[in-house]
Design a protein around this ligand. Structure first.
Ligand SMILES: [Fe+2]
Length: 138
């Protein structure tokens, strides 16, 4: 499975779309790592990647929130809440407790995360107006 940043995921705000692209890349990397069960030490790699995804998401959310604050976007608090929930969910995962047979568990985590991420971008982020449109509306 490969997730692609297709047209329906684009907000039209260049800096945000670029960062969303990187989130898609990281999520895809995680997915491929979980699916590729031939490598022995991939659990360490998965943990490292999930951590990278969490860190990058946090940086990206901060940028997005800064932007929404600047344009005084009215739904910025719902956005912030969903961002918080996402980071919380990623922080809760403790792969130390999972042994190597629990592929299904790992797939479940990734499925949840990728669905959440893409659902959020498509539904919530795509409503964020471009700065010039927000300025024109005020
Ligand atoms: Fe967002």
């Amino acid at each position: 499975m490969k997730y692609e940043l297709t047209k329906e995921y684009l907000t039209g705000i260049e800096s945000i779309d670029t960062e969303h692209g990187k989130l898609f890349d990281l999520a895809n990397e995680c997915y491929e790592l979980v699916m590729n069960d031939t490598s022995d030490d991939r659990f360490d790699q998965i943990v490292a990647l999930l951590e990278e995804l969490r860190a990058y998401a946090a940086t990206h959310f901060a940028h997005e929130e800064e932007y929404m604050e600047r344009i005084q976007y009215e739904r910025r608090f719902s956005e912030r809440y969903q961002h918080l929930r996402f980071i919380q969910k990623l922080s809760e995962i403790n792969l130390d407790e999972i042994d190597e047979n629990q592929q299904e568990y790992l797939l479940g985590i990734l499925d949840f995360l990728t669905r959440w991420l893409f659902g959020h971008i498509k539904v919530m982020d795509c409503r964020i107006p471009k700065e010039e449109d927000a300025a024109a509306a005020n």
